[in-house]
Design a protein around this ligand. Structure first.
Ligand code: C2E
Ligand code: MG
Ligand code: MG
Length: 313
């Protein structure tokens, strides 16, 4: 706006284009007036984007692993691979901060394949030392899910690492499916036919319902941790979780409760017949070299250690 944002046409256009750039960084339709901080913010995010571009070659990325425990057998049957970025100047940047940037810039595709390959190589190593039944869950972003070479890359990775397709689980969110139902549905069918398992991550936070999802070949529902947090004190949350589990079971789906932090939550989830649990009660995500703490362990072996750690923190 003249004259607040510039007194010449050049400055006005430059600032308008900065505002446009910021508006495009937001998801969905958006408008944006210019203000001085935008220049600073865009320089920061441009720098971070540039650093992220080199993060793989510079060996700054790492995968942490968090166990999922099967409540019927009491065993850790699967681990979720979670991406970490150790920025040389800023330190550890949480995925919630850099994954949206990677999605906006398209870098997520390259990062995502790095995650898939690294996770499958790691699971091979664990299988080689006797944990034959361990499977791995990898998070896929919506953009990655739409890549035309996704299936080919997955098959190649499984082949190179000699992992059975049913030992790979892909976690996608409801919005990934709902954004482009036709493409998502054909990709999911192809993955399902090849034996790869699909789970819906953070279930309950999107707009879809289980009845929507019944049209897709899904194996598992991961109930978002926001419903688990107050499950023992909030009767609404308890009712929602109970209904999700009952409906999912009727549809032949398994259910994982995310973010289990207390013994009370675990005991309550057992009464609801929940299939699997994941959360800080058992272990936070940790580097692969420390994962002997939980790989091949039972729920009972994990509980005392987790309780000590939690009461110490
Ligand atoms: P997510 O896939 O739902 O992963 C679970 C997140 O919840 C992890 O956060 C984990 O540390 C956290 N969590 C697990 N148990 C508990 C608990 O008991 N309490 C609490 N408060 N938190 C718990 P993290 O590692 O920071 O990852 C955040 C999100 O970033 C992930 O959510 C996932 O959506 C995304 N992400 C992580 N790695 C990747 C990746 O390789 N690719 C893609 N596309 N997304 C990823
Ligand atoms: Mg996940
Ligand atoms: Mg989740």
């Amino acid at each position: 706006l003249y004259p607040d944002d510039g007194s010449s046409a050049d400055t006005l256009l430059k600032n308008a284009s900065t505002a446009l750039y910021h508006s495009k960084l937001q998801n969905h339709s958006h408008y944006q007036f210019y203000h001085d901080d935008l220049n600073h913010d865009s320089l920061e995010s441009l720098k971070l984007e540039n650093d992220l571009r080199h993060a793989i070659e510079r060996n700054e990325l790492d995968l942490y692993y968090q166990p999922k425990i099967d409540l019927e057998s009491g065993m850790v049957n699967s681990v979720e691979a979670l991406l970490r970025w150790r920025h040389p100047a800023i330190g550890m940047i949480p995925p919630d901060e850099f994954i949206p940037l990677a999605e906006k810039t398209g870098l997520i595709t390259k990062l995502g394949y790095w995650v898939l390959e690294t996770a499958c190589r790691q699971i091979r190593k664990w299988q080689d030392v006797g944990h034959e039944h361990l499977s791995v869950a990898v998070n896929l972003s919506a953009l990655q899910f739409r890549q035309t070479d996704l299936l080919e890359r997955i098959h190649k990775t499984l082949e190179c690492t000699s992992i059975c397709a049913n030992q790979l689980e892909l976690e996608i969110t409801e919005s990934t499916i709902m954004d482009d139902i036709d493409t998502a549905s054909s990709t999911m069918r192809a993955l399902h036919c090849s034996g790869v398992r699909i789970s819906i991550d953070d279930f309950g936070t999107g707009y879809s319902s289980l009845s929507h999802l019944k049209r897709f070949p899904i194996n598992t529902i991961n109930i978002d941790r926001s419903f688990i947090r107050d499950i023992t004190i909030d009767s609404d949350d308890a009712a929602i979780v109970s209904a999700i589990i009952a409906m999912a079971h009727n549809m032949g789906l398994r259910v994982i409760a995310e973010g289990v932090e207390t013994r009370e939550q675990l005991d309550y989830l057992k009464t609801l017949d929940c299939d699997e649990v994941q959360g800080f009660l058992f272990s936070p995500p940790i580097p692969h070299e420390d994962a002997a703490e939980f790989v091949g362990k039972t729920v009972d072996a994990l509980l005392p250690a987790a309780n000590t750690e939690m009461s110490a923190s």
